[in-house]
Design a protein around this ligand. Structure first.
Ligand SMILES: O=C1NC(=O)NC(C(=O)O)N1
Length: 311
């Protein structure tokens, strides 16, 4: 038998597959459904300090190859996801809270409030929401990222990782890695959506989502090569005690296998989860297990990060 178990900063996941923050994880009912599924953890929608309605609809659109979204961080507010933590205990799997404060102070205030919360396994600090009009992505500003992490690590007591945007220019990987390596991060999640893509409907000659003149974050098949590159590059650049969580273009066991081969310790599923629902976790876990069986890998560490180069 093969094992998909993994652990991130001492947080044990029965399966290395779980949901990406965003799709179908905003309400307690949605979080319960993830708890009742084969997902190895429950990750909440990014919380802001106060409840937010988010951007006007339509703000999500599926295409044959993936998705475009400009949700604008709609969420029930920080306290709701903190209160949910005790309910998550029933599922015997880690509950991870995503936070995306609208200011550094909001992030610090939320992190202070999380101090000592025993039902919360870890925090995923979102540095990469591309859809709050007027708000640049912190992850693309290396000085702001350093300034925020400096303040965060003065107060955080739980394992904390960051959700990164995709990078494309190699020096940017080095610059962000130089920031991240200065802090005792538990993990980095690579990647958030590719920001500000545009999907149009040639029949109606219109954009397909309302906010931001139709611009939104791109997810799904198209972003897998970018996601794999980010996983691989940060796997090679970051301190070995910072785990890499892969996210982007995962809709099969083979996609998950590729992320782990690039160095991921665990893999998140977003667009495909939105499409398929919670069966995606058991299906992808089964497919990954079959691939590992065929290749003779007993567990994740047998092939994690072992991508071959051609030289
Ligand atoms: O971090 C985020 N990434 C996205 O692609 N969309 C959401 C959002 O807009 O709320 N946030």
């Amino acid at each position: 038998a093969v094992s998909l178990a993994t652990s991130i900063a001492g947080v044990s996941l029965s399966s290395c597959l779980y949901n990406a923050s965003g799709p179908l994880c905003t309400t307690a009912e949605e979080l319960d459904a993830i708890g009742n599924s084969e997902a190895g953890a429950i990750l909440s929608k990014s919380a802001t300090l106060e409840k937010r309605a988010g951007n006007p609809e339509p703000r999500y659109f599926e295409t044959p190859w993936g998705s475009i979204n400009s949700m604008g961080l709609p969420n029930e507010g920080f306290q709701y996801y903190l209160d949910y933590a005790s309910r998550a205990e029933a599922f015997a799997k880690p509950y991870i809270m995503s936070i995306s404060g609208l200011s550094h102070q909001d992030n610090v205030d939320m992190i202070k409030a999380l101090a000592g919360q025993k039902h919360i396994a870890a925090i995923e600090l979102n540095l990469s929401c591309p859809n709050v009009p007027g708000k640049p992505q912190t992850g693309y500003d290396f000085e702001q990222s350093r300034a925020l992490l400096q303040r965060v690590f003065e107060h955080v007591s739980l394992p904390l990782g960051v959700k990164l945007p995709p990078y494309f220019d190699l020096p940017h990987f080095d610059m962000m890695a130089a920031v991240l390596n200065d802090y005792p991060l538990a993990f980095v999640t690579c990647v958030n959506s590719i920001g500000n893509g545009l999907v149009i409907d040639p029949e109606s000659e219109s954009v397909v989502i309302k906010p931001k003149s139709g611009f939104g974050g791109i997810g799904g098949d198209f972003i897998k090569p970018t996601a794999l590159a980010n996983v691989r590059k940060f796997y090679t650049l970051l301190n070995k005690d910072i785990a890499i969580i892969g996210c982007g273009g995962v809709k099969s066991g083979l996609d998950a296998f590729e992320h782990i081969l690039c160095g991921a310790s665990a893999v998140q599923i977003g667009t495909q989860f939105m499409r398929e629902g919670t069966t995606c976790f058991s299906r992808i876990a089964r497919e990954l297990g079959e691939i590992m069986q065929q290749k003779g890998y007993a567990d994740i560490t047998s092939f994690q990060g072992k991508l071959r180069s051609l030289d």
